[in-house]
Design a protein around this ligand. Structure first.
Ligand code: FES
Length: 80
C-alpha cells in the first residue's frame, strides 16, 4: 500500500527501514522523505511506523532466529 504519494513510499518501505534499525520517525523521514511535502500522509505514516516498531523482533528473537539458520559444518580431516 502506498502511504506517501508525494514520495512514493509504501508500507513495505517503512517496514524495511524499521527492520534495518530505523529508530525514530524523524530518522525515517530523513531516509524516505515520507510526510515531508504536503503532509497528508503524516498520520498514516506514523501509524505504519509505530506498528512496524511494535512488531519488530527483539534482539534475542533475532539471535535465536539466526542461530536456527546456522548449518553445522563437519570438521575436515587433515592429511597426516
Ligand atoms: S502524501 Fe506524503 S508528503 Fe504528501
Amino acid at each position: 500500500m502506498i502511504v506517501c504519494v508525494c514520495h512514493r513510499v509504501s508500507d513495505r518501505d517503512i517496514e524495511r527501514e524499521v527492520r534495518q534499525g530505523c529508530g525514530s520517525f524523524e530518522e525515517l523521514q530523513d531516509e524516505l522523505h515520507v510526510a515531508t511535502a504536503c503532509g497528508r500522509c503524516a498520520d498514516c505514516a506514523r501509524d505504519t511506523f509505530d506498528v512496524a516498531r511494535a512488531c519488530r523482533p527483539t534482539a534475542a528473537e533475532t539471535l535465536a532466529s539466526n542461530a536456527a539458520r546456522v548449518i553445522p559444518i563437519a570438521p575436515t580431516r587433515l592429511a597426516a
